[in-house]
Design a protein around this ligand. Sequence first.
Ligand code: GCB
Length: 646
Amino acid sequence: MMASLYWVLGALAFLTGALARESTWGGLYPRESGSREVKSLDGFWNFRLAPLHDPLQGFREEWFSKPLCKTGSVITMAVPSSYNDITQDKALRDHVGWAWYDRTFYVPVRWQADKQRVVLRLGSAHYNSVIYINGVAVTSHEGGHLPIMAEMSSSLRFGKENLITVAINNTLTPSTIPQGNIVYRNDTTKYPPGYFEQQTDFDFFNYAGLHRPVYLYTTPQTYVDDILINTDIDGSAGIINYKIFAATSGIGPQTEDNVGCSVKLLDNEGDHITSAMGCIGTIKISNASLWWPYLMHSNPGYMYTLMVAVSDASGVLDLYPQKVGIRTLGWNSTTLTINNRPLYLRGCGRHEDSDIRGKGVDYPLIVKDFSLLKWLGANSFRTSHYPYAEEIMDMADQEGIMIVDESPAVDLKGFGKELMERHIAVMQELVRRDKNRPSVIMWSVGNEPRSNEPAAKDYFSNVVNATKAIDATRPVTCALSYPKNEEHAGSSLDVILVNRYFSWYSDTGHLELIYNQTVNEFTEWHLLHNKPVMISEYGAGTIAGFHMDPAFTWTEEYQAELMVENFKAFDTLRSKGFFTGEMIWNFADFATAMGFTRVAGNKKGIFTRNRQPKMSAHVLRSRYLSLAETSKKDVKSSLCFERYKP
Ligand code: GCB
């Protein structure tokens, strides 16, 4: 009889508990400096699935103890990439359970001679993972979209071949985030023995694998462990408040009694501007170049570099280059501001999704997507429905694209204590990863929770408060879907985000109803909560190349006309003073599980999956560019805003 997959997941703790410390902090992104080296482990790895009906075979037979090719057959797998769409094998595409990766690598002897600390860092691994170096578990991690880190100097063979093995399990259960269910079909007249299905409430394909770059990097034994940046403006001056956390391998956090800190501020051409001493400090720059969103300023996304150094009596030990965008956010009951100017978000919901690589980081795709966002005149997107790769976030910082940074808590239900603790831990990991990014203007604790459940009230109040406790500088939101008088999460939020599909999921075909329904409902949300409100999803499924006039569902005409009706409502709502943004669903068509409500994927993209525009992309571009023009003229600096004061 096949072991229950819930038990299999539970076994993870047993298998790794004694062996590996769980990784909870992904560390600063691996960057080279005068004291640090970075080595990529991306490329071709060996790969094997655990048998569907004997998921623990790899642990029992210790596949991690020698190269995978010695314990069975392997295929070549690309890293980073999802594994699902890489081959012609349906079993690989639809696999549920453990998958195994390995590869060999060398580390130079000089790293040992120089007494370097060596850290392994995976950008993410979906969903549960255990990581072994030379047959020894060095860390484990729960959660698919945030980094995993392990110090592993003592596990390495310097100057010799080393083996890294990663076991990954994509099973989603009621206690994972996001949640899922394993449903067993026991009717033997219809199903073979042990038959089960992975079910999820969300529609995007549950891609799995090593989705993001894998790096080894070095630091000295005493190193910069973390950096906290908060910025403000004072007239034309920019203020950078910084805090440096130093640590020593095997000892832990260091104080200024033992370790000194200093910083050098460089402009975006690398020229020195000023320096400061101390692990906590403030730098004031007269006539600062501020971080502005795209199309709000002629030089958007301006970033300084703060070269952070920790030192002891012998001199500088470690250097880390930290990018800094100077900007200040504000929000009150009607308005969001950046650098004291009102903001209107023109954006979209998105997915990390493309053919072949699934959710794998792909540099050409990232550049293409930002090129399309800028072509559209968009100034923002939501990382629906999970934290995106740091490489994407870097581009957003640099291009001046604002981010609503969302946790993987999509379609959450059954708001118990265990789930809440996991959710808070995920928010802490997310905030810790993205806290210094100027592009991140809001945290989203989730998407479309079943917030009609009464338990949602305390649950969301706790998750939101825990998020604010670690970052009070940004508003916290959640994309809601339940009717406003039946749901319990909205009262905890700073900004109300609502997903609405008038004339698609309700009153299908009746485009003429959109205007009134949208104006009425969003006005009522504002009146109920006295908060700024925005629409975080609206849209229509559209097959590129389908045309009918008069417009008919699934045609390009229908999508375009639905958008135009929404725009009329958004303009009315904007004139009322509390409507702070619009985000179409979706930037591009994306993969879903098979089903009869999706046509080979979700087709609500304004671009096709291979990033070609539908008619709707041109319609949206014309609106966003004209909104950008209006907002340039729309400077109201006399408003009084609740602002974070460091
Ligand atoms: C939603 C969800 C999104 C779906 C979308 C749809 O409300 O937030 O994840 O893809 O609807 O197309 O049904």
